[in-house]
Design a protein. Structure first.
Length: 592
């Protein structure tokens, strides 16, 4: 680098467009420094997430502020660079330097510190959330409250638990309002209109194009969601009566067996038509074998190994947190960690021995295997092709948890026949199709909040407008602006963008269809499992190894041969179910 180093030791490339070689050296130096800070920040964050105290909250805020400040400074140095004078690799690195994080530090160090302080604080408030339901003597955490929602069929009890959990986010609102101001300040200092625009800029298209892409995908899948919604509404009405569930309007959100009604799989037993059981339920199978959390994770690891990937390192088993500790507050929401950008992989979860968690574990290991596959890339490329890819890998594996697979690993004795497909598909749809509008609306809401279109005095009302519009649901009891219902979902106080899960819900079916085709599969795609198929593993790994080094259509092409995200794969997967639903709904209203 020919330009003088600044006092921080950082070369200053801001005033002139550097030569290709200078830019390359600048970026390599930035990557070295940021990797160092990344490792330190991850370790601090791990301790905070697994041991929440006032001190670890303080340390987390400090470490994050430092990382964000440094990366903002490096990013600023590159704003005047002309991408045409850079190698394609360096041009992409400069782009990712600006876009890599879900937050940008404001230029003012005081504001940056306040911003990361608020994130640590409100995340902690969420993690510590508890409620004492009527008839209980002590307060319950989210896992225990979720269990009640899963198992209860008493609308009064469900309403109490739903309402109770939604009180934990009231005190989060004030911090969130300030967070929005400071987050936007950081995004504007980084050259974006607001934080939502910065989030939408990450997809190798303009923010406006990305909004249209998402809307187009929703239009592709909405007809399937509406059929499922109509069927479920009718069954809920049969169970709870027409004073609780309307004939043709939106449904109260506390009846779906999940705190946010984002997955309806626990309703399956009350919805399944006669004879349409899926032929198995993993929860009692796993429990009757006394499977422990380690055993659960081992199943998932063996799947990845069957594809030709390496077993997890021994440090994974030593350092992961697999159960909720008895004696301290932790962030229980599941996550996968790549602590040193190399081989120090971990997951952090409070594992319940259920079929649902069996799938979440595959989801998390998908992150870890992605992280390990791209570790040879330069630091700025150690990421998913886009964040939806990262979320889709483990879920793609989960789609291969078919009855045939379960028999192969000894969890089932006999494979149920094709007459059980309808039950299997309905169960999967209650998980995957029901999720789509929820996954879309969280960031629809945040985009409007960040842009200022929705002001703090209408946060909650706009949230429920979206829930009605996309999910066909309403709040079970009147809400006011004292309530902050979006804050009762982890990703809002934790500032994790959510559109990634919507994209993943689309992509995982595309990956699955692409891998099935590559294996020469000619049956219905919901019956295909890539277990033990090294060829599928190779194809998948080709994409994983790329990390973020190429625009995402290249990564998609490596697995599927396709270059656009496309909702036809999920429609194809569920086609037999959709046809059946249409017949079922023939004389029932569809929509709300
Ligand atoms: O947050 C997660 C993962 C961690 S990345 C457990 N998921 C979303 C959620 O729980 O709301 C996975 C699916 C959706
Ligand atoms: Zn994830």
């Amino acid at each position: 680098m020919t330009s003088p180093a600044t006092s921080s030791g950082r070369p200053d490339a801001s005033t002139t467009a550097p030569s290709e070689a200078d830019a390359g050296r600048f970026l390599v130096a930035a990557e070295g420094k940021l990797l160092d800070l990344y490792i330190e920040t991850s370790k601090v964050e791990w301790v905070y997430n697994t041991y929440i105290t006032a001190d670890t909250e303080f340390l987390s805020a400090k470490a994050n502020a430092r990382y964000l400040r440094e990366s903002a400074q490096y990013a600023k140095s590159t704003v005047h660079w002309d991408p045409k004078r850079l190698s394609p690799v360096d041009a992409r690195k400069a782009l990712l330097l600006r876009l890599g994080q879900p937050l940008a530090a404001p230029d003012d160090p005081k504001a940056a510190g306040e911003l990361t302080g608020i994130v640590a604080e409100i995340q902690g408030m969420y993690a510590k959330g508890r409620y004492t339901p009527k008839g209980h003597s002590g307060s319950l955490d989210l896992e225990a409250l979720s269990k009640i929602l899963r198992e209860s069929r008493d609308p009064g009890e469900m309403l109490d638990v739903w309402t109770g959990w939604h009180t934990i986010s009231r005190p989060i609102k004030a911090g969130y309002v300030r967070f929005v101001e400071l987050g936007n300040q950081g995004a504007r200092d980084a050259g974006f209109g607001d934080l939502g625009e910065m989030w939408r800029a990450k997809y190798d298209q303009t923010p406006e194009e990305f909004s249209r892409t998402v809307e187009g995908l929703w239009q592709q899948v909405a007809p399937l969601y509406k059929e499922l919604h109509a069927y479920v509404r009718r069954k809920l009405r049969e169970a709870y009566g027409d004073t609780v569930v309307p004939k043709d309007g939106p449904v109260p959100a506390h009846l779906f067996g999940n705190m946010w009604a984002q997955s309806w799989e626990h309703l399956f037993p009350m919805l399944a038509p006669a004879g349409a059981d899926p032929g198995f339920d993993l929860t009692p199978i796993l429990q009757s074998r006394n499977t422990d959390p380690v055993g659960m994770v081992k199943y998932a690891e063996r799947f990845f190994v069957s594809l030709g990937l390496d077993p997890l390192p021994s440090s994974f088993w030593e350092r992961s947190m697999l159960s909720r500790p008895r004696d301290r507050d932790v962030v229980c929401h599941a996550s996968a960690w790549d602590v040193d950008g190399d081989n120090d992989l971990r997951i952090k979860m409070c594992i319940d021995i259920t079929q649902e968690e069996f799938h979440v574990i595959h989801h998390e290991l998908g992150h870890n295997y992605y992280q390990r596959a791209y570790r040879e890339q330069p630091y700025l490329f150690r990421d998913g092709a886009h964040d939806g890819f990262h979320e889709a890998v483990g879920d793609t594996i989960s789609l291969s948890v078919t009855p045939e697979y379960l028999k192969a690993v000894g969890l089932l004795e006999t494979v149920p026949g094709p007459e059980k497909d309808l039950g299997l598909l309905l169960h999967k749809a209650l998980e995957k199709v029901a999720f789509l509008p929820f996954a879309l609306l969280i960031d629809r809401w945040r985009w409007d909040v960040f842009s200022g279109k929705v002001a703090p005095d209408e946060y909650n009302a706009s949230w429920w407008r979206l829930r009605r519009e996309y999910q066909g649901m309403v709040a079970p009891v009147p809400r006011t602006e004292v309530d902050f219902d979006p804050g009762a979902k982890f990703h809002v106080p934790a500032n994790t963008p959510y559109m990634r899960y919507f994209l993943a819900a689309i992509l995982q079916f595309q990956f699955h269809r692409g891998l099935a085709k590559a294996l020469g599969w000619s049956g219905p795609i919901h019956r295909c499992s890539i277990y033990d198929q090294k060829e599928a593993g190779k194809r998948l790994n080709a994409m994983l190894e790329m990390g973020a080094s190429r625009p995402w259509p290249d990564a998609l092409e490596a697995v599927t041969g396709e270059r656009a995200m496309d909702g036809t794969a999920i429609r194809e997967y569920f086609r037999p179910l959709e046809e059946w639903l249409k017949k079922e709904n023939r004389s029932a209203p569809v929509g709300w």
